[in-house]
Write a protein that binds this ligand. Structure first.
Ligand SMILES: Cc1cc2nc3c(=O)[nH]c(=O)nc-3n(C[C@H](O)[C@H](O)[C@H](O)COP(=O)(O)OP(=O)(O)OC[C@H]3O[C@@H](n4cnc5c(N)ncnc54)[C@H](O)[C@@H]3O)c2cc1C
Length: 373
């Protein structure tokens, strides 16, 4: 029998989980204190790039990210069909560019272990780069090419997710200002600032960088904190065909003619302002990667709060022994990428299905030596 699921937070993670749970026959209510997609999710560059993002190890986070990338072609098609709207999703492939020979060995090491995990990856030399991306700096000596990496236009993707949820029957309450969890150990009862009460039998925690506010409610440690990302966009008529990564940032060309370049990683609390210093650093670096940017200035600058965690891994899974409380938060730099796999894991857990991936390292209780249950 379908459960009544309450989802706390309407970013890409809450909306994706809501859609998947509703599609599987559950009755879903989503609560959002501001506007759906109004925080990190709407600010993201939209890269689906686990191979460029994860340099070190084939760990469980890599496996989670790789599975999510593989789910994307079908997932984005479903979101488009259910929402009746289009959004940019492009499999452009990526180039992780290096400037110096000293960077070559780490790049080759990364390529080798990724190939062992079935990743299509190869190193392209200067001549080949010149041919396929003539606007890149001639100081770039080589690049790791990963043809499977892709990107979405995140603001439109999140809008489509919301519409797909509504069309599927998810009840969404926005602009609630504040939501209190009144009861959770047996029944789930929440109350918004205006006194409206919401009742369910399952609660999904997907309120991103604000999750730590729930530490007292659950009596556990939830070390999720905001890391501000400042980001900017240029008008660009010359095409940049691939996602371009370097050790200092990334560039991604969108169908609307903008070149999105990111992003800083600042500790600034919940401040989402853009600083001269933050954007100036991006600008200096962007010009090194694409010399034509010397003649341009960004036309748009913005910032968002990534939900970072103490160990860099998200919190995904049940708050055992309370099987009806499911965490899906702390996706830091990769929440757009991880949205399909997280949605599926949340729905699998709701349906009592076995885990599709090892989840122990994402256990929401892993930071709590003692809890007050
Ligand atoms: C500049 C930048 C670039 C990025 N680029 C990429 C990228 O290229 N690829 C990628 O995969 N990821 C990227 N990310 C990361 C990605 O945006 C995040 O990982 C993702 O958006 C997290 O989604 P979320 O739903 O957990 O959080 P959010 O989108 O922040 O949503 C959480 C929501 O919960 C709401 N909320 C808070 N408290 C409550 C409460 N008590 N009750 C109800 N609602 C509440 C908030 O208002 C908010 O809307 C980027 C992030 C930034 C900032």
């Amino acid at each position: 029998m379908g459960k009544h699921v309450i989802i706390l937070g309407g970013g890409v993670i809450g909306l994706s989980a809501a859609l998947e749970c509703q599609q599987r026959g559950h009755k879903v209510t989503l609560l959002e204190i501001t506007a759906c997609g109004g925080q990190a999710s709407g600010a993201a560059a939209g890269m689906l790039a686990p191979y460029s993002e994860i340099a070190e190890d084939p760990d469980d986070f890599f496996r989670l990210s790789q599975q999510s990338l593989k789910l994307y072609p079908k997932w984005q098609q479903i979101v488009k069909e259910l929402s009746g709207s289009e959004f940019e999703y492009r499999n452009t492939g990526s180039l992780y560019a290096i400037f110096h020979d000293a960077e070559r060995l780490p790049l080759e090491t990364r390529m080798k272990w990724q190939q062992n995990f079935g990743v299509k990856a190869s190193i392209l030399e200067r001549d080949e780069l010149e041919r396929i991306e003539p606007n890149l700096s001639s100081n770039i000596s080589a690049a790791l090419y990963c043809p499977e990496e892709s990107h979405v236009y995140a603001p439109d993707y999140v809008k489509a997710l919301k519409q797909a949820c509504i069309n599927s029957g998810v009840v969404i309450h926005e602009h609630l200002e504040h939501v209190n969890i009144l009861e959770w150990q047996q029944n789930v009862v929440l109350q918004s600032k205006n006194g409206q009460r919401f009742y369910g039998d399952t609660l999904v925690i997907s309120n991103g960088a604000w999750s730590t506010e729930l530490e007292d409610t659950f009596g556990i440690s939830i070390p999720v904190f905001p890391i501000r990302g400042q980001i900017c966009a240029y008008k660009m008529t010359e095409p940049i065909h691939h996602l371009v990564f370097t050790s200092q940032g990334y560039l991604v060309s969108k169908e609307n003619g903008s070149l999105v370049c990111g992003a800083s990683e600042d500790i600034a609390g919940f401040d989402t302002s853009v600083t001269e210093k933050g954007i100036a650093r991006l600008e200096r670096w962007n010009k090194k990667v694409i010399p034509k940017l010397h003649e341009r200035e960004p036309f748009h600058r913005w910032a968002g709060l990534r939900p970072a965690t103490q160990d860099g891994f998200p919190l995904i899974g049940k708050l055992m022994p309370f099987e009806h409380i499911i965490f899906a938060t702390g996706h830091y730099r990769n929440g757009i990428l991880l949205s399909p796999v997280t949605a599926n894991i949340v729905a699998d857990q709701l349906d009592g299905l076995s885990d599709r991936l090892p989840l122990d390292n994402f256990n929401p209780l892993r930071f709590s030596i003692t809890n007050t249950f």
